[in-house]
Design a protein around this ligand. Structure first.
Ligand code: CP
Ligand code: NVA
Length: 332
């Protein structure tokens, strides 16, 4: 397997074996971190992190993973740089590739991530676009495997906006890793048909299934993981809240939903989450629409079936694996 110099733009760019290997490397790095084993493999390398959208987990994971690998890390807020308004993506990519050994990008269009990769001759890592969130799916699968001991025979059910970035990557990762996936949400927020059919084909080869349904009863006694994400993603207009709440309220993850799933089922969420009134966004939604918990109830979020903070930690270990594999020299 050769990852050297490759970009990490979306899950479907990698084979099942390559994704499996990334998870194994992440597990090794997690052990190193826990036992304090030095892994500063790249003292002469530098990376740059470009964020057009806000972030806590992704930015911090790239920064900590970068430092743990011994690298210099620059954070660039495109609002404060020339990118996009005074300098094209192509020019920015070529300049950054002269100075840095790897580029992380979080932003809007997948095309921007793809273009950065096209023009930069160093690895480009996708830290979330409107289309997908591949480093999140890696962390999710590490978390699921750690919890259940194996991925074999498991079913992941995603409830809510089944066509968003997180859902797209989770569906692709399920297909590749041989895990059953149920996209459960309203028919007008279904996954993109082309991506869905591609994932179905991959899944068929790996002897698992990818299904889409508006019916919550599809989870009954089948789901091992109940996964949800925010109902309105970054970059979507706030005016859509009313419509989304109407569409997605039946898919809120609450105790009733958890009881529908297997008794051993766990809850997962990429975070940040609107499960209480401790954020300005949730307070605004509460004032306007009367909802005090949005995509998940506080009871489920804080229950012992919730893996959300393990998931958040695993962002760092998996991102480290992706950077290590794509930055190391051949044969290293
Ligand atoms: N899950 C996730 O990507 O979190 P951030 O938006 O905080 O990076
Ligand atoms: N779907 C969410 C994920 C955040 C990590 C968003 O794009 O805002």
């Amino acid at each position: 397997m050769d990852f050297t110099g490759r970009d990490f733009l979306q899950i479907l760019d990698f084979s099942s074996e390559e994704l499996r290997y990334m998870l194994e490397v992440a597990k090794t790095f997690k052990k190193y971190k826990q036992t304090g084993q030095d892994h500063k493999y790249f003292p002469d390398k530098n990376i740059v992190l470009l964020f057009e959208k806000t972030s806590t987990r992704t930015r911090c994971s790239f920064e900590v993973a970068g430092h743990d690998l011994g690298m210099g890390v620059t954070y660039l807020d495109p609002a404060a740089s020339q990118m996009g308004h005074k300098e094209s993506i192509a020019d920015t990519a070529q300049v950054l590739a002269k100075l840095y050994d790897g580029i992380e990008y979080r932003g809007f269009a997948q095309k921007t991530a793809d273009d950065l990769a096209k023009y930069a001759d160093v690895p480009v890592w996708n830290g979330l676009t409107d289309y997908c969130h591949p480093t999140q799916a890696l962390a999710d699968f590490l978390t699921i495997e750690e919890h259940f001991g194996s991925l074999k025979g498991l079913t992941v059910a995603y409830l809510g906006d089944t066509r968003n970035n997180v859902a797209n990557s989770l569906m692709a990762m399920s297909a590749k890793m041989g895990v059953n996936y149920i996209a459960c949400g309203p028919t007008d927020l279904r996954p993109d048909l082309k991506l869905f059919e591609k994932c179905q084909k991959i899944a068929a080869k790996n002897v698992n299934t990818i299904t889409v349904t508006p019916d919550i009863n599809a989870l009954a006694s089948t789901a091992d993981v109940i996964y949800t994400d925010v109902w309105l993603s970054m970059g979507e207009d706030k005016s859509k809240w009313g419509e989304r709440i109407k569409q997605l309220q039946p898919y809120q993850v609450n105790t009733k939903i958890m009881e529908l799933a297997k008794p051993t089922a766990v809850f997962m969420h990429p975070l940040p989450s609107f499960h209480d009134l401790e954020t300005s966004v949730s307070r605004e939604v509460h004032e306007q629409y009367g909802l005090s918990e949005i995509e998940v109830t506080n009871k489920v979020f804080t229950s012992d079936r919730s893996l959300v903070f393990e998931e958040a930690e695993n962002r760092m270990h998996t991102i480290k694996a992706v950077m290590y594999l794509t930055l190391k020299s051949k044969g290293q």
